[in-house]
Write a protein that binds this ligand. Structure first.
Ligand code: ATP
Ligand code: ZN
Length: 300
């Protein structure tokens, strides 16, 4: 009798900008695994969850093909693959479940210094070098521009110098690489960050429960990152004003203070960072004994 495979697999970039953040995120979800960068496979030691270390470009395909149940990868790669499948008449068999707040960058068009760019119409009959042929094609189609797409697998920024293209379309974060190559950013096609993708294929009940569990933990870890626990004492009369000043918090817990009729203790989870100005405003509204604490774990 076949025993259904009850371990889940998560695809993570093997060696690149997303690797450390992705593994750190999974560790903070309580996963422990034998970690070796030379290995393709990391065996989950304390949960039936394994990690597959691969090139980032392969991650959406691995989830689409159901080799992995989840993946952590840039939205740029996810969107490119979705369009590639779409142009081939296929539907992407994965969905995006969370943005994870690292790997921030944008897919932009850049022009060499001295080349005029007033708008998309200036791209007509020009050559544009990119690794993101589908996202670029989609952009050009929506702009009704007819340009030649020149595929470069890497080092796109040197294409104009080599005489291979008039513009480039590439990922930018600080813009340093563009400047170093005498290029200027003229248009943003996509704002990107790393995201979690999940297979759309129905899973066996045991596996589904595991996926749900890890997603719930991921959600908690992501929420906790910015969240703070705030405690203060406040005059009862200023409670409404003080509650309104607490950033991103739901109804706070209000506790009576021993020996005081007009003052209460207020405790709240703030789902945004608490800045000095907020504390100063709370103090001005009558709050005293203010304490802001980091939150270790949170489970909704
Ligand atoms: P691989 O060998 O896995 O294919 P790669 O060279 O394609 O690696 P990286 O350069 O490590 O990939 O980038 C991985 C992801 O990091 C990108 O797809 C993008 O989502 C994100 N990223 C953030 N900032 C940048 C940037 N300045 N340039 C490129 N990618 C960036
Ligand atoms: Zn890549």
């Amino acid at each position: 009798m076949d025993i259904p495979e009850q371990r889940i697999k998560i695809a993570v970039q093997k060696n690149g900008r997303l690797t450390e953040h992705s593994l750190d995120l999974l560790e903070r979800c309580g996963l422990r695994f034998r970690q070796s960068k030379d290995q393709l496979f990391c065996y989950g030691e304390n949960m039936p969850i394994d990690i597959l270390l691969v090139r980032d470009d392969d991650i959406p395909g691995l989830v689409h093909d159901d080799v992995c149940d989840l993946g952590i990868v840039g939205l740029n790669v996810v969107a490119e693959k979705r369009l590639e499948l779409g142009y081939a008449g296929k539907e992407a068999l994965y969905k995006q479940v969370f943005e994870v707040d690292f790997g921030h960058c944008r897919l932009s068009l850049a022009a060499p210094e001295g080349v005029e760019y007033r708008g998309a119409e200036d791209l007509n009959n020009r050559r544009i070098a990119t690794s993101y042929t589908n996202l670029l094609r989609n952009y050009l189609d929506t702009q009704r521009v007819n340009a030649e797409i020149v595929y470069f697998s890497g080092a796109v920024e040197i294409a104009p110098k080599l005489g291979k293209a008039d513009f480039i379309c590439d990922l930018v974060s600080t813009g340093g690489t563009l400047t170093a190559n005498s290029l200027r950013e003229v248009e943003t096609l996509l704002d990107s960050e790393a995201v979690i993708i999940q297979t759309l294929k129905p899973l066996a009940a045991g596996k589904q429960a595991l996926v749900d569990k890890i997603l719930k933990r991921l959600d908690g870890v992501l929420q906790v990152r910015e969240s703070k626990y705030i405690m203060l004492n406040a005059p009862k009369a200023a409670l409404d004003e003080i509650s309104a000043l607490l950033p991103g918090s739901e109804a706070p817990t209000v506790v009576p203070l021993d020996g005081s009729d007009d003052r209460v203790a207020v405790h709240a989870v703030c789902r945004e960072n608490v800045f000095w100005e907020t504390l100063e405003n709370l103090k001005a509204a009558g709050a005293t004994s203010l304490l802001v604490l980091p939150i270790e774990k949170m489970l909704a």
